[in-house]
Design a protein around this ligand. Structure first.
Ligand code: MN
Length: 348
Protein backbone atom coordinates (compact mmCIF):
# COMPACT_ATOMS: atom_id res chain seq x y z
CA UNK A 1 0.00 0.00 0.00
CA UNK A 2 1.14 3.56 -0.65
CA UNK A 3 0.73 4.93 2.84
CA UNK A 4 2.18 8.00 4.59
CA UNK A 5 4.91 5.77 6.03
CA UNK A 6 5.30 3.42 3.05
CA UNK A 7 7.33 3.68 -0.14
CA UNK A 8 6.50 6.28 -2.77
CA UNK A 9 5.55 3.61 -5.28
CA UNK A 10 3.10 0.77 -5.67
CA UNK A 11 4.72 -2.64 -5.91
CA UNK A 12 3.32 -4.36 -9.00
CA UNK A 13 4.21 -8.04 -9.38
CA UNK A 14 4.01 -9.15 -12.99
CA UNK A 15 4.41 -12.96 -13.23
CA UNK A 16 1.84 -14.20 -10.75
CA UNK A 17 0.21 -17.55 -11.43
CA UNK A 18 -3.32 -18.80 -10.94
CA UNK A 19 -5.27 -21.89 -11.99
CA UNK A 20 -9.07 -22.18 -11.83
CA UNK A 21 -10.27 -25.42 -10.18
CA UNK A 22 -11.46 -26.71 -13.58
CA UNK A 23 -7.88 -26.58 -14.90
CA UNK A 24 -6.51 -28.38 -11.84
CA UNK A 25 -9.24 -31.03 -12.21
CA UNK A 26 -8.27 -31.59 -15.84
CA UNK A 27 -4.61 -31.85 -14.82
CA UNK A 28 -5.64 -34.52 -12.28
CA UNK A 29 -7.55 -36.38 -15.02
CA UNK A 30 -4.52 -36.28 -17.30
CA UNK A 31 -2.22 -37.55 -14.56
CA UNK A 32 -4.61 -40.39 -13.77
CA UNK A 33 -4.76 -41.33 -17.47
CA UNK A 34 -0.99 -41.08 -17.96
CA UNK A 35 -1.47 -38.14 -20.37
CA UNK A 36 0.59 -35.04 -21.03
CA UNK A 37 4.34 -35.10 -21.57
CA UNK A 38 7.04 -36.19 -19.14
CA UNK A 39 7.55 -32.67 -17.92
CA UNK A 40 3.87 -32.31 -17.09
CA UNK A 41 3.90 -35.62 -15.22
CA UNK A 42 6.99 -34.53 -13.30
CA UNK A 43 5.72 -31.04 -12.40
CA UNK A 44 2.04 -31.69 -11.79
CA UNK A 45 2.52 -35.20 -10.48
CA UNK A 46 4.44 -33.48 -7.70
CA UNK A 47 2.20 -30.48 -7.05
CA UNK A 48 -1.08 -32.42 -7.24
CA UNK A 49 0.22 -35.68 -5.79
CA UNK A 50 2.39 -34.63 -2.87
CA UNK A 51 0.97 -34.41 0.62
CA UNK A 52 3.81 -32.13 1.82
CA UNK A 53 3.00 -28.67 3.10
CA UNK A 54 4.57 -26.49 0.39
CA UNK A 55 2.98 -28.10 -2.70
CA UNK A 56 -0.42 -28.24 -0.98
CA UNK A 57 -0.12 -24.55 -0.14
CA UNK A 58 0.89 -23.70 -3.72
CA UNK A 59 -2.09 -25.55 -5.21
CA UNK A 60 -4.47 -23.95 -2.71
CA UNK A 61 -3.21 -20.48 -3.56
CA UNK A 62 -3.18 -21.08 -7.33
CA UNK A 63 -6.93 -21.62 -7.19
CA UNK A 64 -7.62 -18.55 -5.05
CA UNK A 65 -8.28 -15.17 -6.65
CA UNK A 66 -9.74 -13.59 -3.55
CA UNK A 67 -9.28 -13.44 0.19
CA UNK A 68 -6.23 -15.68 0.67
CA UNK A 69 -4.28 -14.28 -2.26
CA UNK A 70 -4.96 -10.70 -1.25
CA UNK A 71 -3.94 -11.47 2.35
CA UNK A 72 -0.65 -12.90 1.03
CA UNK A 73 -0.12 -9.79 -1.10
CA UNK A 74 -0.72 -7.56 1.91
CA UNK A 75 1.65 -9.64 4.04
CA UNK A 76 4.40 -9.38 1.42
CA UNK A 77 3.93 -5.74 0.47
CA UNK A 78 2.48 -6.39 -2.99
CA UNK A 79 -0.08 -3.82 -4.11
CA UNK A 80 -1.03 -5.30 -7.46
CA UNK A 81 -0.62 -8.59 -9.32
CA UNK A 82 -0.58 -9.15 -13.06
CA UNK A 83 -2.07 -12.65 -13.02
CA UNK A 84 -1.66 -15.35 -15.65
CA UNK A 85 -2.69 -18.98 -16.08
CA UNK A 86 -0.01 -21.26 -14.67
CA UNK A 87 2.20 -23.40 -16.88
CA UNK A 88 1.58 -25.37 -19.04
CA UNK A 89 -1.78 -23.65 -19.30
CA UNK A 90 -4.02 -25.27 -21.88
CA UNK A 91 -1.14 -26.19 -24.17
CA UNK A 92 -1.19 -29.95 -23.55
CA UNK A 93 -4.86 -30.54 -24.32
CA UNK A 94 -6.56 -31.38 -27.61
CA UNK A 95 -7.58 -28.45 -29.81
CA UNK A 96 -11.28 -28.16 -28.99
CA UNK A 97 -10.84 -28.65 -25.26
CA UNK A 98 -7.89 -26.25 -25.06
CA UNK A 99 -9.79 -23.56 -26.93
CA UNK A 100 -12.83 -23.91 -24.64
CA UNK A 101 -10.68 -23.98 -21.48
CA UNK A 102 -8.76 -20.85 -22.47
CA UNK A 103 -12.04 -19.02 -22.90
CA UNK A 104 -13.25 -20.20 -19.49
CA UNK A 105 -9.97 -19.21 -17.83
CA UNK A 106 -10.23 -15.73 -19.31
CA UNK A 107 -13.79 -15.34 -18.03
CA UNK A 108 -12.66 -16.40 -14.53
CA UNK A 109 -9.72 -13.99 -14.55
CA UNK A 110 -11.87 -11.14 -15.85
CA UNK A 111 -14.31 -11.68 -12.98
CA UNK A 112 -11.46 -11.50 -10.46
CA UNK A 113 -10.29 -8.23 -12.01
CA UNK A 114 -13.83 -6.84 -11.86
CA UNK A 115 -14.08 -7.91 -8.20
CA UNK A 116 -10.68 -6.43 -7.26
CA UNK A 117 -9.66 -3.87 -9.87
CA UNK A 118 -7.10 -2.24 -7.58
CA UNK A 119 -5.38 -5.56 -6.88
CA UNK A 120 -5.43 -7.53 -10.15
CA UNK A 121 -4.78 -7.18 -13.86
CA UNK A 122 -4.94 -10.28 -16.06
CA UNK A 123 -3.09 -11.63 -19.06
CA UNK A 124 -5.10 -13.71 -21.51
CA UNK A 125 -4.75 -17.46 -21.93
CA UNK A 126 -5.02 -18.76 -25.48
CA UNK A 127 -4.87 -22.21 -27.10
CA UNK A 128 -2.00 -22.30 -29.58
CA UNK A 129 -3.39 -25.57 -30.95
CA UNK A 130 -5.62 -23.41 -33.17
CA UNK A 131 -3.69 -20.18 -33.84
CA UNK A 132 -6.57 -18.47 -35.65
CA UNK A 133 -8.96 -19.14 -32.77
CA UNK A 134 -6.22 -18.10 -30.34
CA UNK A 135 -5.84 -14.75 -32.10
CA UNK A 136 -9.61 -14.26 -31.93
CA UNK A 137 -9.67 -15.13 -28.22
CA UNK A 138 -6.82 -12.71 -27.54
CA UNK A 139 -8.80 -10.00 -29.32
CA UNK A 140 -11.88 -10.81 -27.20
CA UNK A 141 -9.84 -10.89 -24.01
CA UNK A 142 -8.25 -7.50 -24.68
CA UNK A 143 -11.12 -5.59 -26.26
CA UNK A 144 -14.03 -7.05 -24.27
CA UNK A 145 -12.51 -8.33 -21.02
CA UNK A 146 -9.85 -5.65 -20.53
CA UNK A 147 -6.84 -7.96 -20.40
CA UNK A 148 -3.44 -6.39 -20.89
CA UNK A 149 -1.35 -9.05 -22.62
CA UNK A 150 -1.14 -12.76 -23.30
CA UNK A 151 0.73 -15.57 -21.56
CA UNK A 152 2.34 -18.30 -23.66
CA UNK A 153 3.93 -21.20 -21.83
CA UNK A 154 6.97 -21.73 -24.02
CA UNK A 155 6.90 -24.77 -26.29
CA UNK A 156 3.67 -25.99 -27.83
CA UNK A 157 3.93 -29.79 -27.57
CA UNK A 158 7.56 -29.57 -28.69
CA UNK A 159 7.06 -26.82 -31.28
CA UNK A 160 8.26 -23.22 -30.98
CA UNK A 161 7.06 -19.77 -31.94
CA UNK A 162 9.53 -19.50 -34.79
CA UNK A 163 7.06 -21.84 -36.57
CA UNK A 164 5.01 -19.51 -38.76
CA UNK A 165 1.84 -21.44 -38.04
CA UNK A 166 1.73 -19.65 -34.66
CA UNK A 167 2.36 -16.17 -36.01
CA UNK A 168 -1.32 -15.09 -36.19
CA UNK A 169 -1.25 -14.91 -32.37
CA UNK A 170 1.85 -12.68 -32.41
CA UNK A 171 0.36 -10.58 -35.19
CA UNK A 172 -2.75 -10.07 -33.04
CA UNK A 173 -0.67 -9.10 -29.99
CA UNK A 174 1.33 -6.57 -32.00
CA UNK A 175 -1.82 -5.12 -33.57
CA UNK A 176 -3.60 -4.88 -30.21
CA UNK A 177 -0.50 -3.29 -28.66
CA UNK A 178 -0.25 -5.80 -25.83
CA UNK A 179 2.86 -7.70 -24.73
CA UNK A 180 3.45 -11.45 -24.97
CA UNK A 181 4.72 -13.00 -21.75
CA UNK A 182 6.82 -16.02 -22.68
CA UNK A 183 6.68 -18.09 -19.51
CA UNK A 184 8.72 -21.27 -19.05
CA UNK A 185 7.43 -24.76 -19.49
CA UNK A 186 9.09 -28.03 -18.63
CA UNK A 187 11.23 -29.13 -21.59
CA UNK A 188 9.51 -31.30 -24.22
CA UNK A 189 10.07 -35.05 -24.34
CA UNK A 190 12.76 -34.57 -27.00
CA UNK A 191 14.86 -32.54 -24.53
CA UNK A 192 13.94 -33.44 -20.98
CA UNK A 193 15.67 -36.71 -20.16
CA UNK A 194 19.16 -35.61 -18.97
CA UNK A 195 17.54 -32.81 -16.98
CA UNK A 196 14.84 -35.03 -15.50
CA UNK A 197 17.12 -37.83 -14.40
CA UNK A 198 19.13 -35.32 -12.35
CA UNK A 199 16.11 -33.50 -10.92
CA UNK A 200 16.80 -30.40 -13.03
CA UNK A 201 13.79 -30.31 -15.36
CA UNK A 202 11.76 -27.65 -13.54
CA UNK A 203 12.18 -24.18 -12.09
CA UNK A 204 15.63 -24.95 -10.70
CA UNK A 205 17.19 -24.91 -14.20
CA UNK A 206 15.31 -26.75 -16.99
CA UNK A 207 12.74 -23.95 -17.31
CA UNK A 208 15.48 -21.44 -18.05
CA UNK A 209 17.34 -23.68 -20.51
CA UNK A 210 14.21 -24.35 -22.50
CA UNK A 211 12.84 -20.79 -22.45
CA UNK A 212 16.17 -19.10 -23.25
CA UNK A 213 16.57 -21.45 -26.21
CA UNK A 214 13.05 -20.52 -27.30
CA UNK A 215 13.91 -16.80 -27.26
CA UNK A 216 17.04 -17.42 -29.34
CA UNK A 217 15.04 -19.46 -31.85
CA UNK A 218 12.58 -16.58 -32.19
CA UNK A 219 15.34 -14.02 -32.79
CA UNK A 220 17.28 -16.21 -35.14
CA UNK A 221 14.17 -16.89 -37.23
CA UNK A 222 13.70 -13.17 -37.83
CA UNK A 223 10.46 -12.96 -35.87
CA UNK A 224 11.32 -9.50 -34.56
CA UNK A 225 12.09 -8.32 -38.09
CA UNK A 226 8.61 -9.43 -39.09
CA UNK A 227 6.99 -7.96 -35.94
CA UNK A 228 9.28 -5.04 -35.03
CA UNK A 229 6.81 -3.57 -32.51
CA UNK A 230 6.19 -6.88 -30.72
CA UNK A 231 6.97 -6.66 -27.01
CA UNK A 232 8.11 -9.90 -25.41
CA UNK A 233 8.34 -10.25 -21.62
CA UNK A 234 10.52 -12.93 -20.08
CA UNK A 235 11.00 -13.78 -16.43
CA UNK A 236 13.83 -14.80 -14.13
CA UNK A 237 15.93 -11.83 -15.29
CA UNK A 238 15.96 -13.06 -18.86
CA UNK A 239 16.53 -16.78 -18.28
CA UNK A 240 20.31 -16.20 -18.26
CA UNK A 241 20.44 -14.59 -21.71
CA UNK A 242 21.84 -11.18 -20.63
CA UNK A 243 24.91 -12.92 -19.21
CA UNK A 244 25.54 -14.66 -22.57
CA UNK A 245 25.32 -11.57 -24.79
CA UNK A 246 28.90 -11.33 -26.13
CA UNK A 247 29.18 -15.03 -26.94
CA UNK A 248 25.74 -15.24 -28.56
CA UNK A 249 26.39 -12.13 -30.68
CA UNK A 250 29.83 -13.37 -31.76
CA UNK A 251 28.76 -16.85 -32.77
CA UNK A 252 25.45 -15.79 -34.29
CA UNK A 253 27.39 -13.48 -36.61
CA UNK A 254 30.02 -16.14 -37.35
CA UNK A 255 27.46 -18.85 -38.05
CA UNK A 256 25.36 -16.67 -40.35
CA UNK A 257 28.50 -15.82 -42.35
CA UNK A 258 29.57 -19.46 -42.56
CA UNK A 259 26.20 -20.68 -43.82
CA UNK A 260 26.68 -23.63 -41.50
CA UNK A 261 22.99 -23.99 -40.54
CA UNK A 262 20.12 -23.57 -43.02
CA UNK A 263 17.86 -22.30 -40.22
CA UNK A 264 20.27 -19.55 -39.15
CA UNK A 265 19.95 -16.85 -41.77
CA UNK A 266 20.89 -13.17 -41.62
CA UNK A 267 18.57 -11.01 -39.57
CA UNK A 268 18.50 -7.24 -39.30
CA UNK A 269 20.04 -6.82 -35.85
CA UNK A 270 22.36 -8.57 -33.42
CA UNK A 271 20.63 -10.86 -30.87
CA UNK A 272 21.52 -8.40 -28.12
CA UNK A 273 19.90 -5.54 -30.06
CA UNK A 274 16.60 -7.43 -30.02
CA UNK A 275 17.00 -7.95 -26.27
CA UNK A 276 17.30 -4.16 -25.96
CA UNK A 277 14.46 -3.34 -28.37
CA UNK A 278 11.78 -6.04 -28.10
CA UNK A 279 12.27 -7.75 -24.73
CA UNK A 280 11.42 -6.78 -21.14
CA UNK A 281 12.86 -8.63 -18.14
CA UNK A 282 11.07 -9.43 -14.89
CA UNK A 283 12.83 -10.57 -11.75
CA UNK A 284 10.48 -13.46 -10.77
CA UNK A 285 12.43 -15.47 -8.25
CA UNK A 286 15.70 -13.63 -8.92
CA UNK A 287 15.54 -11.03 -6.16
CA UNK A 288 19.31 -10.87 -6.04
CA UNK A 289 20.90 -7.44 -6.14
CA UNK A 290 24.08 -8.25 -8.15
CA UNK A 291 22.09 -9.98 -10.89
CA UNK A 292 19.40 -7.27 -11.02
CA UNK A 293 22.06 -4.57 -11.31
CA UNK A 294 23.92 -6.49 -14.03
CA UNK A 295 20.82 -7.01 -16.16
CA UNK A 296 19.81 -3.35 -15.76
CA UNK A 297 23.30 -2.39 -16.88
CA UNK A 298 23.42 -4.55 -20.02
CA UNK A 299 19.84 -4.31 -21.34
CA UNK A 300 18.73 -0.97 -19.88
CA UNK A 301 17.19 -0.04 -16.55
CA UNK A 302 13.94 0.90 -18.27
CA UNK A 303 13.20 -2.70 -19.27
CA UNK A 304 13.78 -4.51 -15.97
CA UNK A 305 10.76 -4.81 -13.69
CA UNK A 306 9.50 -6.62 -10.65
CA UNK A 307 7.78 -10.01 -10.46
CA UNK A 308 7.48 -12.38 -7.54
CA UNK A 309 6.39 -15.66 -9.21
CA UNK A 310 3.64 -16.17 -6.64
CA UNK A 311 2.75 -18.67 -5.34
CA UNK A 312 5.70 -20.80 -6.41
CA UNK A 313 8.48 -18.66 -4.98
CA UNK A 314 6.90 -16.52 -2.30
CA UNK A 315 9.80 -15.28 -0.20
CA UNK A 316 9.12 -12.77 2.55
CA UNK A 317 12.49 -11.03 2.40
CA UNK A 318 12.68 -10.31 -1.30
CA UNK A 319 10.81 -7.03 -1.25
CA UNK A 320 13.15 -5.78 1.47
CA UNK A 321 16.16 -6.68 -0.65
CA UNK A 322 14.78 -5.01 -3.76
CA UNK A 323 13.59 -1.92 -1.87
CA UNK A 324 17.28 -1.40 -1.10
CA UNK A 325 18.54 -1.62 -4.69
CA UNK A 326 21.33 0.96 -5.07
CA UNK A 327 19.46 3.09 -7.62
CA UNK A 328 17.87 6.57 -7.52
CA UNK A 329 14.29 6.77 -6.15
CA UNK A 330 12.82 7.44 -9.59
CA UNK A 331 14.42 4.24 -10.93
CA UNK A 332 13.14 2.24 -7.97
CA UNK A 333 9.65 3.55 -8.73
CA UNK A 334 10.14 2.53 -12.38
CA UNK A 335 11.29 -0.95 -11.36
CA UNK A 336 8.28 -1.58 -9.11
CA UNK A 337 5.57 0.46 -10.74
CA UNK A 338 5.87 2.77 -13.71
CA UNK A 339 7.58 0.38 -16.16
CA UNK A 340 4.82 -2.17 -15.54
CA UNK A 341 2.17 0.55 -15.93
CA UNK A 342 3.61 1.50 -19.32
CA UNK A 343 4.33 -2.04 -20.53
CA UNK A 344 0.94 -3.51 -19.63
CA UNK A 345 -1.07 -0.28 -20.00
CA UNK A 346 -2.28 -0.22 -16.41
CA UNK A 347 -3.33 3.43 -16.40
CA UNK A 348 -6.86 3.69 -15.07
MN1 MN B 1 6.30 -18.30 -13.12
Amino acid sequence: MTTPNGPAYRRIATEEAFAPPEILDRYRDLLRDGGGDRGFQSLWGFYLGSTAERPRWVVDRLADLGVKRIADMDAHGIDHQVISLTCPGTQLFGTAEATALARHVNDVAAQAVRDHPERFTALAAVALQDPTAAAAELDRAVTQLGMRGVILNSHMQGRYLDDREFWPVLEAAEALGVPVYLHPNTPPDSMIEPLYEAGLDGAIYGFAVETAMHVLRIMSAGLFDHFPRLRLVIGHLGEGLPFWIPRIDFFHHAQVLSGRYPAMKAVELRPSDYLRRNVWFTTSGMAWTPAVMFVRDVVGADRVLYAMDYPYQCVADEVRELDALPVPPSELAAFYETTAVELFGLHH
